[in-house]
Design a protein around this ligand. Structure first.
Ligand SMILES: [Zn+2]
Length: 84
Protein backbone atom coordinates (compact mmCIF):
# COMPACT_ATOMS: atom_id res chain seq x y z
CA UNK A 1 0.00 0.00 0.00
CA UNK A 2 1.30 3.41 -0.96
CA UNK A 3 0.49 6.25 1.39
CA UNK A 4 -0.52 9.54 -0.20
CA UNK A 5 -1.90 12.82 1.06
CA UNK A 6 -5.31 14.13 -0.08
CA UNK A 7 -3.46 16.68 -2.23
CA UNK A 8 -1.58 13.87 -3.99
CA UNK A 9 -4.81 11.93 -4.51
CA UNK A 10 -6.34 14.94 -6.32
CA UNK A 11 -3.15 15.32 -8.37
CA UNK A 12 -3.48 11.64 -9.30
CA UNK A 13 -6.92 12.35 -10.76
CA UNK A 14 -9.19 11.35 -7.87
CA UNK A 15 -12.62 12.80 -8.68
CA UNK A 16 -13.55 13.47 -5.07
CA UNK A 17 -13.05 16.96 -3.70
CA UNK A 18 -10.01 17.87 -1.63
CA UNK A 19 -12.28 18.54 1.36
CA UNK A 20 -13.82 15.09 1.08
CA UNK A 21 -10.41 13.41 0.82
CA UNK A 22 -9.11 15.41 3.78
CA UNK A 23 -12.11 14.31 5.81
CA UNK A 24 -11.38 10.68 4.95
CA UNK A 25 -7.69 11.08 5.79
CA UNK A 26 -8.57 12.56 9.18
CA UNK A 27 -11.10 9.87 10.06
CA UNK A 28 -10.06 7.74 13.02
CA UNK A 29 -8.64 4.42 11.88
CA UNK A 30 -11.31 1.77 12.36
CA UNK A 31 -11.32 -1.99 11.87
CA UNK A 32 -12.85 -3.65 8.81
CA UNK A 33 -16.61 -4.06 9.22
CA UNK A 34 -16.52 -7.48 7.52
CA UNK A 35 -13.49 -9.43 8.76
CA UNK A 36 -12.58 -7.21 11.73
CA UNK A 37 -9.00 -8.42 11.24
CA UNK A 38 -7.51 -5.54 9.29
CA UNK A 39 -7.89 -1.78 9.36
CA UNK A 40 -10.54 -0.18 7.15
CA UNK A 41 -9.30 1.26 3.86
CA UNK A 42 -9.90 4.98 4.18
CA UNK A 43 -9.07 5.73 0.55
CA UNK A 44 -12.04 3.66 -0.67
CA UNK A 45 -14.33 4.81 2.19
CA UNK A 46 -16.18 1.50 2.29
CA UNK A 47 -15.63 0.71 5.99
CA UNK A 48 -13.89 -2.45 4.83
CA UNK A 49 -10.22 -3.40 4.55
CA UNK A 50 -8.43 -3.58 1.21
CA UNK A 51 -8.94 -7.33 0.82
CA UNK A 52 -12.67 -7.25 1.64
CA UNK A 53 -13.20 -4.25 -0.67
CA UNK A 54 -11.35 -5.56 -3.72
CA UNK A 55 -11.06 -9.31 -3.17
CA UNK A 56 -7.34 -8.93 -3.83
CA UNK A 57 -4.45 -9.56 -1.51
CA UNK A 58 -1.72 -7.57 -3.24
CA UNK A 59 -2.14 -3.94 -2.24
CA UNK A 60 1.33 -2.84 -3.34
CA UNK A 61 -0.03 -0.74 -6.23
CA UNK A 62 -2.93 0.76 -4.32
CA UNK A 63 -3.24 3.90 -2.26
CA UNK A 64 -4.19 4.72 1.29
CA UNK A 65 -4.73 8.24 2.53
CA UNK A 66 -2.52 9.70 5.16
CA UNK A 67 -2.47 12.98 6.97
CA UNK A 68 0.14 15.46 5.84
CA UNK A 69 2.83 15.52 8.56
CA UNK A 70 1.99 19.02 9.75
CA UNK A 71 -1.68 18.24 10.19
CA UNK A 72 -0.81 15.08 12.11
CA UNK A 73 1.34 17.06 14.51
CA UNK A 74 -1.46 19.53 15.04
CA UNK A 75 -3.88 16.73 15.77
CA UNK A 76 -1.52 15.12 18.29
CA UNK A 77 -0.95 18.49 19.92
CA UNK A 78 -4.71 18.99 20.20
CA UNK A 79 -5.11 15.51 21.69
CA UNK A 80 -2.45 16.21 24.31
CA UNK A 81 -4.15 19.49 25.18
CA UNK A 82 -7.26 17.51 26.07
CA UNK A 83 -9.35 18.43 23.06
CA UNK A 84 -12.19 16.25 21.84
ZN1 LIG B 1 -11.76 -7.12 5.90
Amino acid sequence: MKYITPEQAVANGDKRSLDELRRLAKAPQSMCSVCNADTAWRFADTGMCFTCTTGEHDDSDDFELRMPPLMKQQREKAAKAGGQ
